[in-house]
Ligand binder design. Structure first.
Ligand code: SAM
Length: 236
């Protein structure tokens, strides 16, 4: 490697995968999954199901929240040999509430080639279908699990757009926590519009819209399962 970057450039492809519907995998993602010499997976067993569906068999290694930092040196070494490495998470876009961002930062800093293969991202998919004011929006990932910390976390985030107007906020919520989150939002900002976007692209895809209290009341026990994005529209 020289000060200007590596003498041999490898390629890291960041590959978005479906969040439920396998039909959402792009043609380009399919092609690159068949080309990489190594695929870094959040969970190799999980990604094996997608690869089996595609009839592909790349070499896979785990790269998850607990080993990402220690894997970076190895991955940079393989890229310096000119290899093409893919990065996937269990679902959706790697790095966004998923592992990968520290690796990508190191690969960019080492001046290897980085390609992004965009695709499903639950926050964007839910926001687009919510009917809420979509721009500006903030993506916050997961809230803290503990109720006091979560309430404070929401209080700090649910502010109107800088400069005025409406602003939407997207929070990832495991289905079992949706009711508690709605109660927190109701306590902080009872008048806001919220949408619980559930099971996006899957069989039971659905949207519950209204004030936090109205949506909490409409939430059926079977809807407190699965995956959800909570969208919150704050106005001045
Ligand atoms: N990187 C992923 C993405 O691009 O959206 C997010 C991964 S994060 C670990 C998983 C969370 O994303 C879930 O708890 C849920 O809040 C949200 N999510 C993922 N798939 C979803 C779906 N099909 N419907 C609703 N929310 C989903």
């Amino acid at each position: 490697m020289t000060a200007a970057g590596p003498t041999v450039r490898g390629t890291l492809s960041i590959i978005a995968t479906p969040i439920g519907n396998l039909g959402d995998l792009s043609e380009r993602a399919r092609t690159v999954l068949g080309e990489v010499s190594l695929l870094l997976c959040e969970d190799t067993r999980h990604t094996a199901r997608l690869l089996q569906h595609l009839g592909l068999n790349p070499r896979c290694q785990a790269l998850h929240a607990h080993n990402e930092t220690e894997r970076i040196g190895d991955v940079l070494g393989m890229l310096a040999e000119g290899r093409h490495i893919g990065l996937v998470s269990d679902a959706g876009t790697p790095c966004l509430s998923d592992p990968g961002a520290r690796l990508v930062d190191a690969v960019q800093a080492a001046k290897h080639t980085v390609h992004t293969l965009p695709g499903p991202f639950a926050a964007a998919a839910g926001l687009a279908a919510s009917g809420l004011n979509p721009v500006p929006f903030a993506f916050w990932g997961f809230a803290p699990k503990a109720s006091m910390a979560r309430r404070r976390w929401l209080e700090l985030r649910l502010s109107p757009a800088p400069g005025g107007g409406a602003m939407s906020h997207a929070v990832y919520v495991p289905g079992r926590d949706v009711a508690a989150m709605l109660a927190d939002v109701d306590a902080i900002a009872p008048e806001v519009r919220v949408v619980v976007a559930r099971e996006l692209t899957k069989l039971h895809e659905g949207y519950l819209r209204g004030t936090p209290a109205a949506v909490a009341e409409a939430l059926l026990p079977e809807q407190a399962k699965g995956e959800a994005v909570l969208l919150i529209e704050v106005t001045e």
